[in-house]
Design a protein around this ligand. Structure first.
Ligand SMILES: *Cc1c(COP(=O)(O)O)cnc(C)c1O
Length: 382
C-alpha cells in the first residue's frame, strides 16, 4: 500500500477508498491523473527516474490499480489485464505443456472454451470434474497436476465449492488452487484467507460495476516464481489494460463494498419471491436455505452475491417468453452492473452448452427490489 494509505486496516470500505491512492506529487491533485504516455524519459546517466520505461511493461495507473486489487484480496501482488479471459489465459500460460489442470464442470463458458479449444491443442492436459464432490477432485489428481481451478458460485448453476477443502486437496498433491472470484467480488468472498493461492477477476463485472469497461486481474498470495511467470505473460504477452480503463476501474472500486451489499440484499429479496412463484421450477441462489451449497456459502461468503439463475416450468420456448416480457430488466449477457440484466444462457453459449434450456440467468442491479419483483411477476404471469 502507498504511504498515504498505510494506516493498517482490514476494513474493506476503507481499503476500497484508500488502497493505491496518493495525491499526485506533480500537482497535488487529490484524484490521480490518467497517464496516457506510452514512454518515459531516461535521465542523462541512463536511469529511469521514476522506474517507468514503457507502458506495456508498467504504467502509473496500472501500478496503482494492482496495488489496490492486491490489498482488497489480501495478496502480496497482482497483475492487471485487458480482460478477464486474458487474466485466465495468463495463469494457464504460466504452466508448462503436459502439466495437468482440473477444472469444474459448471464454469464460465469462456474458461472451458479456452481449455478445450486453445490450451488443449497446445498440450495442456485437463480433467473436468464436479468440483462440489471432493472425492471426484481427489480421483482426478495425477502426478502432473499443477493447478486446480475453482469457480464458486459457479456459472450458471451457482454451485458452491468448498474453497478451503479443495485448496487442501490441491496442496497435498503439490498443486496450486486458483479461484475465479468474479461473482462474489472481494467484498463477498476472500479466497486467499481460505487457503487459495491465486485469485482471478473479470474486473469487467462487479469491480467495474457499471458495464462500461473490460478488464481482468490475477492476485497472488506470494510474489513467487509462478507469479513471476504470470507477470512475464502480462508484460511480454501484452494483454494489458489501457491507462484510462485502469483509472475508471479505480473510480468504481471506491464504492464496491456498498454496491455489493445492495446487490446481495436485492438478490436475496428477488430470490425469495421467485422461490415462491408457481411458474418457477428451481431458483439457484446460495442465499436461499434450500440451496444445496447454502451451509458452505454461509461459512465462506460474506455476501451471497447479486447473481441468480432460475429454471422455469417448460423448455427454451417458455424461458425465452419470460425474457421477452421483461420491461425493467434488459435482455443482455454479462453481469455486475448497476442495471439488472436477464439472459437465456443456453442460446448464448451455443451448441456445446450444458446449460439447461429452461434456465434464465439474472444479474440483479441496484434498482429498488420492489420494482424488480413487480417486473418479474408480470413477466412470469404474462
Ligand atoms: C465475465 C467472466 C469472465 C471473463 O471475463 P471477460 O472480461 O469477459 O474476459 C470470467 N469468469 C467469470 C466468472 C465471468 O463472469
Amino acid at each position: 500500500m502507498s504511504e498515504h494509505s498505510s494506516a493498517a486496516t482490514e476494513h474493506m470500505e476503507t481499503l476500497a477508498v484508500h488502497a493505491g491512492r496518493r495525491p499526485d506529487p506533480a500537482t497535488g491533485a487529490v484524484m490521480p491523473p490518467i497517464h496516457l504516455s506510452t514512454t518515459f524519459e531516461r535521465a542523462a546517466d541512463g536511469s529511469y527516474t521514476d522506474g517507468y520505461v514503457y507502458t506495456r511493461s508498467e504504467n502509473p495507473n496500472r501500478r496503482a490499480l494492482e496495488e489496490c486489487l492486491a490489498a482488497l484480496e489480501g495478496g502480496e501482488t497482482s497483475a492487471a489485464f485487458g480482460s478477464g479471459m486474458a487474466a485466465i489465459a495468463a495463469i494457464f500460460q504460466a504452466l508448462g505443456t503436459r502439466d495437468h489442470v482440473i477444472f469444474p464442470d459448471d464454469v464460465y463458458f469462456g474458461t472451458s472454451r479456452l481449455l478445450r479449444e486453445v490450451l488443449g491443442p497446445w498440450e495442456l492436459d485437463y480433467s473436468v470434474v464436479d468440483m462440489t464432490d471432493l472425492d471426484a477432485v481427489r480421483a482426478a489428481l495425477r502426478p502432473q497436476t499443477r493447478l486446480v481451478w475453482v469457480e464458486t458460485p459457479s456459472n450458471p448453476l451457482l454451485k458452491i465449492t468448498d474453497i478451503a477443502a479443495v485448496a487442501e486437496i490441491a496442496h497435498a498433491a503439490g498443486a496450486r488452487c486458483a479461484v475465479d472470484n468474479t461473482w462474489p467480488s472481494p467484498a463477498g468472498q476472500q479466497p486467499l484467507a481460505l487457503g487459495a493461492d491465486l485469485i482471478m477477476h473479470a474486473t469487467t463485472k462487479y469491480l467495474g460495476g457499471h458495464s462500461d469497461l473490460l478488464g481482468g486481474a490475477v492476485v497472488s498470495r506470494e510474489n513467487d516464481a509462478f507469479f513471476q511467470r504470470i507477470r512475464l505473460v502480462q508484460t511480454v504477452g501484452g494483454a494489458v489494460p489501457s491507462p484510462f480503463d485502469c483509472w475508471l476501474l479505480m473510480r468504481s472500486i471506491r464504492t464496491l463494498p456498498y454496491r455489493m451489499r445492495a446487490h446481495a440484499e436485492n438478490a436475496q429479496r428477488v430470490a425469495e419471491f421467485l422461490a415462491d412463484h408457481a411458474a418457477v421450477a428451481v431458483v439457484h441462489y446460495p442465499g436461499l436455505p434450500t440451496h444445496p451449497g447454502h451451509a458452505i456459502a454461509q461459512r465462506q461468503m460474506k455476501l451471497s452475491g447479486g447473481m441468480l439463475s432460475i429454471q422455469v416450468h417448460g423448455g427454451a420456448e417458455e424461458a425465452m417468453a419470460v425474457a421477452a416480457r421483461v420491461k425493467l430488466f434488459t435482455r443482455a449477457t454479462s453481469l455486475g452492473g448497476i442495471e439488472s440484466l436477464i439472459e437465456h444462457r443456453a442460446s448464448v453459449e451455443g451448441p456445446h452448452t450444458t446449460t439447461p434450456a429452461n434456465l434464465l440467468r439474472i444479474s440483479i442491479g441496484l434498482e429498488h427490489p420492489d420494482d424488480l419483483i413487480a417486473d418479474l411477476r408480470q413477466a412470469l404471469e404474462g
